[in-house]
Design a protein around this ligand. Structure first.
Ligand code: NDP
Length: 285
């Protein structure tokens, strides 16, 4: 019988630890770790994410600054706001909610955030540090997956790890983190030939492609640990991952459900990054 990896339980446990550390930090430094979240426009999904980030921050005792900007904000105005936050000592983490309106260049915006305040870890400096294995800030979704694997004592060393998907925010950093833990890592994508023969080798399979139920039982090695990052909204309104959960359940040793697996970890890791950024600021002084 497969063990279900419960992201809500792990997330709650990590947040408890963060709250304890935030309390100590406040005592020691007289300020709270501060996160600023900029949202441009009124995309409903983004608004939900930003509200949840705010709630997460305040629940662990952090300072949360939400900055809503109208959809017609120019790139210059946004860069100016980021410049102000870069210079603001009460703000240790800055996050610009993506996607941005089409007229704003995302790369320029990401590059304008000070790397030490880049709690999404999307800045090229932070991406490079992950390649070098010398990182402080990790992208939240892959970092959350590493927490889940650690919490459930999944041994990565020497294991065949297959990452399905090569996006900059999930697949690529995920492969680096597994490699850093001595996994033998293969990355697959839409051009991979005979995908099933590769995924069937995986002791640990991480799937992040955005295709509901794409990974079926015939693509899985018996006893594999399966991490499903996908979040797909079905016509009936329900959420489904990239893995055919019911179809593979009898074959895997552990699996993350959708919802309730990887999802709950993402904001938790954002909080962890904000705490890390705040601590680093004081330790670097
Ligand atoms: P992207 O769309 O940026 O990347 C998708 C990747 O999947 C690409 O590398 C693409 O290959 C690959 N891919 C697409 N179709 C296939 C296919 N048929 N066979 C093999 N590979 C394929 O997605 P993201 O990484 O941003 O997100 C992936 C999923 O994870 C989404 O459902 C998203 O909603 C979810 N997500 C969940 C998060 C969470 O907190 N739980 C956070 C972030 C994302 P190629 O490069 O060749 O095009």
């Amino acid at each position: 019988m497969a063990e279900i990896i419960n992201g809500k339980v792990v997330s709650a446990s990590v947040r408890e630890e963060i709250a304890r550390e935030v309390a100590l930090f406040r005592e020691e430094h007289g300020v709270a770790p501060g996160l600023a979240v900029i949202i441009v426009g009124e995309d409903p999904a983004s608004q939900v994410y930003v509200r949840n980030k705010h709630k997460g921050c305040t629940e662990v005792g952090m300072y949360s600054l939400q900055i809503p900007m109208p959809a017609e904000t120019t790139e210059e105005e946004l860069l100016e706001k980021i410049g102000e936050l870069n210079a603001d000592d009460s703000i240790h983490g800055i996050l610009v909610q993506l996607p941005l309106p089409k007229h704003i260049n995302e790369d320029r915006v990401i590059n304008s955030i000070l790397p030490e305040k880049d709690v999404d870890a999307f800045h090229p400096t932070n991406v490079g540090k992950i390649m070098l294995g010398k990182y402080d800030l990790l992208p939240c979704t892959p970092a959350g997956i590493m927490e889940l694997l650690s919490f459930y004592n999944v041994d990565i060393r020497g294991k065949e790890c297959v990452v399905l998907g090569r996006s900059n925010i999930v697949g690529k950093p995920m492969s680096q983190l597994l490699l850093a833990k001595d996994g033998t890592v293969t990355v697959c994508h839409s051009k991979t030939v005979d995908l099933a023969s590769v995924t069937r080798r995986a002791d640990i399979l991480v799937v992040a492609i955005g295709r509901a139920g794409f990974v079926t039982a015939d693509m899985i090695k018996p006893g594999a640990v399966v991490i499903d990052v996908g979040i797909n909204r079905l016509d009936n309104g329900k959420l489904m991952g990239d893995v055919d959960y019911d179809g593979v359940l009898d074959k895997v040793s552990m699996i993350t459900p959708v919802p309730g697996g990887v999802g709950p970890m993402t904001i938790t890791m954002l909080l962890k990054n904000t705490l890390t950024a705040a601590k680093k600021k004081f330790s670097d002084k």
